[in-house]
Design a protein around this ligand. Structure first.
Ligand SMILES: Nc1nc2c(c(=O)[nH]1)N[C@H]1C(S)=C(S)[C@@H](COP(=O)(O)O)O[C@H]1N2
Ligand SMILES: [Mo]
Length: 324
């Protein structure tokens, strides 16, 4: 497995993903944290991951309920070497091998639709829109494996409030980059490109929904969706679109790539739900990447991936078998 640094990826300075005041106080904060219960978590995030040279931890720990799981973080090697990013191929090792062709600067995200402040947002401005935090989230892929990743970003809600959605904004669609020159996987017609995903506005506004710029205290490696992606921890991984170029606020439920490709298998909501099987396999358990070998015991999958206390009320009264 090759780490991003071995591939010659361009890593902007860590100060780019860490707002200045936090960045300056980081040393002090890490020293303080060492004396607290947070120390083991930091040790995992830093030590177990063999973080590339120059990697730093972001010094803000999130106050958002549920934002920091105590599950042991997956190694950086696994989190950057076992990926789904179909624009770079279908194998888990393809994104690490091919995503070096992705150019992440210049980059801008178009804000469109039912908002009072539409327009393009350059990545440098976007980075400054909110206060960066570290969130340690469980991620579960619909394929039945999971990871625990220390992401860096801020709540998508911070961006949404700033662009001022109108009363017609009921859903948010995320459109990701589709450029044949940079993405060899676009030659495959497995999906309709560009890859699109969407959330109901209240799901997008939930503080756990993270606009993500980094992981393991450094900027996102290309294969994890640089320079900006979303992470929605209570939904299957495919809801967390990578390398976003457009965010559209719309009135009708927007198209999403996987439910377009196979509507009977992938619904719009795609909440992690151990009681609703995928038509071709059970969703009751999962394999935590990095945990033991072939014979490692699987873990029971938790309702809403363990975030039920935080997000269960979003779906009150909905038949989750029908709205899968
Ligand atoms: N643009 C884009 N985003 C994507 C995907 C993709 O193929 N293209 N795959 C999704 C799936 S299925 C998963 S499981 C997660 C994986 O994120 P990770 O590789 O950072 O763990 O990204 C999601 N976002
Ligand atoms: Mo996935």
């Amino acid at each position: 497995m090759l780490l991003p640094k071995d591939r010659g990826f361009v890593h902007p300075k860590a100060s780019e993903i860490t707002p200045q005041p936090v960045y300056r106080s980081r040393r002090r904060w890490v020293a303080t944290a060492a004396a607290t219960l947070l120390a083991p978590r930091l040790a995992w995030a830093a030590g177990a991951t063999a973080a590339p040279k120059g990697a730093v931890l972001v010094g803000a720990h999130s106050a958002v309920p549920g934002a920091i799981t105590m599950d042991k973080p997956t190694s950086l090697a696994d989190a950057t070497g076992y990926n789904n990013f179909y624009e770079f191929g279908l194998d888990k090792s393809d994104p690490a091998e091919y995503a070096h062709t992705l150019k992440t600067r210049p980059w801008s995200v178009a804000i469109e639709g039912a908002v009072r402040r539409p327009g393009p947002l350059g990545i440098e401005d976007l980075l400054k829109l909110g206060a960066m935090e570290e969130r340690v989230y469980r991620m579960r892929c619909v394929e039945g494996w999971s990871m625990v990743i220390p992401w860096v970003g801020f709540s998508l809600a911070e961006l949404i409030r700033k662009v001022e959605p109108t009363g017609n904004a009921k859903y948010v669609q995320f459109v990701t980059l589709a450029d044949r020159a940079q993405m060899p996987g676009l030659r495959s017609s497995v999906l309709d490109w560009p890859y699109v995903e969407g959330l109901r506005l209240d799901e997008a506004m939930n503080p756990l929904t993270l606009l993500t710029f980094g992981m393991y205290g450094q900027v996102l490696p290309n294969q994890n969706g640089a320079p900006v992606r979303v992470v929605v921890p209570w939904k299957y991984g495919f809801k967390s679109g990578k390398s976003i170029v457009k965010i559209r606020f719309v009135e009708q439920q927007p198209a999403t790539s996987w439910s377009q490709a196979a509507p009977q298998e992938y619904g719009f909501y795609s909440n992690v739900n151990p009681t609703v099987d995928h038509p071709r396999w059970s969703q009751a358990s999962e394999r935590r990447i990095g945990e033991g070998g072939l014979f490692a015991k699987k873990r029971a999958t938790l309702m809403f991936n363990g975030y039920e206390a935080q997000v269960g009320q979003l779906y009150a009264g909905m038949d989750l078998k029908k709205w899968f």
